[in-house]
Design a protein. Structure first.
Length: 66
């Protein structure tokens, strides 16, 4: 699974980092979500956490990449 964050939609609610701290960091400057894993590639053991975070985003800024 690969995921990305649309920074135009992200409002920095931090819900993704709360739901999946092992997947997301927050930008120190504006609080936008940052995927911790290179190229957005999520290890299989963290896929459920990433999916949970996608569902918690009120702006639907987190999406699966091809």
């Amino acid at each position: 699974m690969r995921i990305g964050v649309d920074l135009e939609k992200c409002q920095g609610h931090t819900l993704c980092a709360i739901a999946a701290a092992e997947v997301f960091d927050l930008d120190d400057h504006d609080g936008h979500a940052i995927v911790k894993h290179a190229n957005g590639l999520i290890p299989s053991e963290l896929e459920q956490a990433a999916a949970r975070a996608m569902m918690t985003c009120p702006e639907q800024a987190i999406h699966e990449l091809p």
